[in-house]
Design a protein around this ligand. Structure first.
Ligand SMILES: Cc1ncc(COP(=O)(O)O)c(C=O)c1O
Length: 390
């Protein structure tokens, strides 16, 4: 039997990217000593009131079919949230509610691009981007992000990668895996090239509430970028609620109208009780985000301190998010070999940087979502390991 070309294009871009994580989970069943620092699963529970909202809503009968765009209560909450951010006039027609940023991104890329198109992305990039882009048939064009610029996308690197096939720039700030951020000045510098080349901006803002010190800036705030920007986001990180699968797309009415049939044919609407809970979540300041920001910043500092004197590896203090990168400066160990050996020798599971693109290959990524004590112990084991292989 024959399958579509899509299945071939993405055959190794699903769970293959997470092989080390899956192996660590397997080992952990018989060895509770394994420390898992692989994925970005918040260690906070979701706020209790969100669970209550959900249950109340289900009990009140909000378990019927919805519509393709989203429940009015959620659309109104989203209008309130985004109207504060952009000079554009925001209405319910600017939104599409979807199960998580991942689906929102998938739908966006499928509606904007196809074979022959190129999507530019800062490299390193979130592990699923490659699969999403290849699903549509488009080509991913990595733009190197440099540590010396705190991993913010530089205008000159961006300019060099543009061709007649360029269709969109996919931004993800606050950034996974580097914790980099983009400031207003950086965005303004990109704006002219974006406009001149008639590019879309797809802005994955799922970590917007996890910046440690500075304010979050969206391309929606820059007048020349706002109308060509499509924002995808969710409550997965801001409210420590990834399992609720509640996200959205914000874009011009024209874009949303084009995307709507895809959402309708694929999903036939979302869950009204999830919409009620999400409307409440985004209308009230998230104390959970505040706690996560504090915890993750403190833990990143702890790692920097604990590994400061370990030779040939160097932690890089992030400005946001739930991860920290460690630069490897070892002769005979690339990121993959380092991560797999570290798992089998010391029982510490970290992500090899090359899971996040070619430019990630000199790094490993550690998740900051475990208690401080466990992180301290992981650092001690990493230090031991590096001494052994030196
Ligand atoms: C950059 C980035 N985008 C999207 C996602 C997926 O988010 P969601 O749970 O909203 O689908 C993640 C999850 O880790 C992420 O790191």
């Amino acid at each position: 039997m024959k399958f579509s070309k899509l299945t071939d294009r993405i055959s190794d871009l699903g769970s293959d990217k997470w092989l080390l994580h899956l192996e660590a989970r397997k080992l952990k069943k018989n060895n509770p000593n394994i420390i898992e620092l692989t994925i970005g699963e918040p260690d906070q529970p979701p706020p209790e009131e969100l669970i209550e909202k959900c249950c109340d809503s289900m009990r009140s009968g909000r378990t019927k079919y919805s519509n393709g765009r989203g429940e009015e209560i959620l659309l109104d909450a989203l209008v309130q949230k985004y109207q504060k951010r952009t000079p554009l006039k925001v209405t319910r027609n600017n939104f599409l509610c979807l199960p998580g940023t991942q689906t929102a991104l998938f739908a966006t890329v499928m509606c904007l691009t196809e074979e022959e198109d190129e999507i530019l992305v800062g490299d390193p990039y979130y592990a699923t981007y490659e699969g999403i882009i290849k699903s549509s048939g488009a080509t991913i064009i990595p733009i190197p992000l440099h540590e010396k610029y705190d991993f913010s996308l530089q205008e000159k690197d961006f300019r060099m990668k543009i061709t007649s096939k360029s269709k969109a720039l996919l931004l993800n700030y606050p950034h996974n895996p580097t914790g980099g951020i983009l400031r207003k000045k950086d965005l303004s510098e990109l704006a002219d090239i974006v406009k001149k080349n008639n590019l879309w901006i797809i802005s994955d803002e799922v970590y917007e509430e996890l910046i440690f010190k500075e304010d979050f800036v969206s391309p929606l705030e820059i007048p020349t970028l706002a109308e060509r920007t499509i924002v995808v986001s969710s409550i997965s990180k801001s409210h420590a609620s990834p399992g609720f699968r509640s996200g959205w797309v914000f874009a011009s009415e024209e874009v949303i109208n084009k995307m709507l049939p895809l959402a309708e044919t694929m999903l036939f609407g979302n869950q009204p009780f999830i919409a009620d809970m999400t409307a409440y979540a985004i209308s009230n300041k998230s104390q959970t985000a505040l706690k996560m920001r504090t915890d993750y910043q403190r833990r990143a500092k702890l790692i920097c301190k604990k590994l400061a004197n370990t030779k040939n590896i160097r932690p890089i203090m992030p400005k946001s998010g739930m991860f920290i990168l460690i630069k490897l400066e070892l002769k005979n160990f690339n990121d993959e070999k380092f991560a797999w050996n570290l798992l089998h020798s010391e029982g510490v599971a970290v992500m090899p940087g090359s899971s996040f693109g070619l430019n990630g290959k000199d790094f490993i990524r550690l998740s900051l979502t475990v208690p401080d004590k466990e992180l301290e112990s992981a650092c001690e084991r990493i230090d031991e390991f590096v001494k052994k292989i030196d």
